[in-house]
Design a protein around this ligand. Structure first.
Ligand code: ADP
Ligand code: MG
Length: 636
């Protein structure tokens, strides 16, 4: 008696999309079904190690067959199989977590984007409906003594029937749609090509009856002219050896890149691949890829970092996050070790010493690969850094700077006098005689930084300055403190060490002479600034605002954007340029005891704030002051 059930809403929508898809890459249906078969075998193997009721030592295989007459393709495996409930759960609904989000993206996307999204996620079982009008799945799980058949046209509903069990495992039969485009799949060569292209490294044999013609031979072993016989050979189509098990010198870059593209559904070669073979106390292989393009959701909360974990080439888990430090979250790949127990549970894994050792070594190898790239393939490294540099800076800052020594040589910065990036080492090498510090300045762009009044003297001296534009920059630099003995110095904080002792002494003396004026300004601005001083960093500009060592204006901005960071404030110090004409002007006004003295002082401060890119707390008051000034200077 057939049981008819409705697909879940989400599944209906996905099925509809699949059926109407103009997706050109329909052939991936085979990859999806074979990968399901391989997953099912993995599961069977894995469970049979601990579950005595499961048949152990089974000869696993995936069988592929087709019938031109019936227009069918069949993929059969002897894996874990499905009970009736599992069938309903797995095939009646989208099994994937995050599928809702996936659907939303897919529905909003343009046709072109759809192709990319489908490619990225892999569409699983439902992709069969791109090529088939009807799909039947017969499955028998060892957990049940009955077998079931799922059948559906991919519209609203599916049927489930109890059927005679002839095997353990699952058999998926596709009834191909009408049309030449689909006829092409009913061909042994085409199927072989697809298996090679997409499923070559599947660890179980994918077998198919392969037909060929052989010339007849007579009893003397001589070929008979014009006489051919049909021969059928059950052929294994895939090479099976996991590519990561090959020796480094036996495997070509192209092969690794092809593997990457197939496995991670990317259409571009990775930026880099790293094949690591370690033999020693701990034996393992790791195959790591740096994708050219960052995954679209890399910075979302939902993004899961991790490497696949295999033990003796048998799959254990998909995203082992303990294998990847946060700052390298964008890498993809796998680790295969002979020394890890297959029975290892996910909880145990987290505290596993071997995993820790592998992770730490893999991390070092990746960083060292990046160093080599920086040294030998600068352009490529720049491409890497443009995409992932922010992660490296985050890595320096993270864990209280634990990784700063590992990463300090692969971080790049823009500077005011270079067109491209420089490394810290290059900066230090190019330092001018007498330059003691690595200067840096924060701003939205290089132009903005160059325009800062604080840059006056540094520029005049010909010192280069790192231009920091990322939120994380100052935090990372604060954690590093120094590079090869050279301390970092913000052009916005503390003594810049730009003047000679004599010049400094002169300014000190001026400050003493003008103490009354400075005290007056300080008094007027006492709610806004901690101090008012004569500047040692200004040349052509009249004023600037600097912050006391510790929290900078940039950090203030960043921290105030954080959920709990509000209220952080950098200590402000107003600096006035004693060489500027404006200083003289103020002094005269002060000596005349001008009635608008306070207005001028406030304007001085407000200008400094604006230059620094800090918004005014009371713009109306500022505007009123400007009006007052204009009225006063207008000649009636
Ligand atoms: P995914 O493979 O990513 O889980 P699919 O849509 O490809 O998603 O498959 C859905 C589910 O159906 C699988 O998770 C699995 O539980 C089940 N399934 C599909 N094919 C098989 C199979 N050959 N043997 C056993 N279970 C299968
Ligand atoms: Mg699948």
């Amino acid at each position: 008696m057939s049981e008819v059930r409705e697909f879940k809403t989400e599944s209906k929508r996905l099925l509809e999309l699949m059926i109407n898809s103009i997706y050109s890459n329909k052939e991936i249906f085979l990859r999806e079904l074979i990968s399901n078969a391989s997953d099912a075998i993995d599961k069977h193997h894995y469970l049979s190690l601990t579950d005595d009721s499961l048949d152990r030592g089974r000869e696993y295989e995936i069988d592929l067959s087709f019938s031109k007459e019936n227009r069918t393709i069949t993929i059969k495996d002897n894996g874990i199989g499905m009970t009736k409930e599992e069938m309903i759960d797995s095939l009646g609904t989208i099994a994937k977590s995050g599928s809702n989000e996936f659907m939303k993206k897919l529905l909003d996307a343009s046709e072109k984007e759809k192709v990319e999204i489908i490619g990225q996620f892999g569409v699983g079982f439902y992709s069969s409906y791109m090529v088939a009008s009807k799909v039947e799945v017969v499955s028998k799980s060892e957990k049940s003594d009955k077998a079931y058949k799922f059948a559906s046209f991919g519209t609203d509903s599916y049927e489930i029937d109890e059927v005679e069990a002839k095997f353990e495992g699952t058999e998926v039969t596709l009834y191909l749609r009408e049309g030449e485009e689909f006829d092409n799949y009913l061909d042994q060569w085409e199927l072989q090509t697809l298996v090679k292209r997409y499923s070559d490294y599947i660890r179980y044999p994918i077998k198919m009856d392969f037909e060929s013609e052989e010339q007849e031979v007579d009893k003397d072993g001589k070929k008979v002219e014009g006489k051919y016989n049909k021969v059928i050979e059950n052929k294994t189509l895939n090479s099976m050896t996991p590519i990561w098990k090959k020796k480094k010198n036996e495997v070509l870059d192209e092969e690794l890149n092809e593997f990457y593209k197939q496995k991670y559904y990317d259409y571009q070669d990775p930026l880099a691949n790293i094949l690591i073979n370690v033999e020693g106390k701990l034996n393992y292989t790791a195959l790591i890829f740096i994708p050219k393009k960052a995954p679209y959701d890399l910075y979302s909360d939902k993004f899961e970092k991790g490497l696949q974990l295999y033990s003796k080439s048998v799959f254990i888990m998909d995203k082992c996050k303990d294998l990847v430090p946060d700052y390298l979250r964008f890498i993809r790949g796998l680790v295969d070790s002979n020394d890890l127990s297959l029975n290892i549970s996910r909880e145990l894994l987290q505290k596993n010493k071997d995993i820790e050792d592998i992770a730490s070594n893999v991390e070092k190898r990746i960083v060292s690969k990046l160093e080599t790239m920086l040294k030998n393939e600068r352009e490529k490294y720049v491409e890497f850094f443009d995409t992932y540099g922010i992660n490296i800076k985050y890595g320096i800052y993270d864990k209280f700077g634990l990784k700063k020594d590992l990463l300090k040589d692969i971080v790049l910065y823009h500077t005011i006098s270079s067109d491209g990036y420089v490394t810290l080492n290059e900066y230090v090498e190019a330092m001018k005689e007498g330059q003691e510090f690595i200067y840096y300045a924060s701003g939205k762009t290089k132009e903005a930084v160059l325009a800062l009044p604080q840059m006056d003297l540094v520029k005049k001296k010909g010192y280069d300055v790192l231009v920091l534009t990322d939120d994380v920059d100052e935090f990372a630099i604060n954690i590093m403190q120094e590079y090869n003995g050279k301390k970092f110095k913000s052009i916005n904080q503390g003594d810049l060490d730009l003047l000679s002792d004599e010049e400094k002494e002169k300014i000190k003396q001026t400050a003493l002479d003008k103490k009354a004026l400075l005290d007056k300004i300080k008094e007027v601005l006492k709610d806004d600034v901690k101090d008012v001083v004569l500047s040692e960093r200004l040349e052509d500009s009249p004023v600037c605002l600097v912050s006391e060592d510790g929290i900078s204006f940039e950090m203030e901005k960043v921290m105030n954007q954080l959920p709990n960071g509000e209220g952080v404030k950098a200590t402000r110090i107003l600096e006035i340029n004693p060489k500027h004409k404006l200083f003289e002007a103020i002094e005269n006004l002060f000596n005349d005891n001008d009635p608008m003295l306070e207005t001028y002082f406030k304007l001085l401060y407000e200008q400094a704030l604006l230059i620094e890119g800090i918004s005014l707390s009371d713009p109306v008051a500022f505007s009123n002051r400007m009006c007052e000034l204009m009225i006063k200077s207008a000649k009636y």
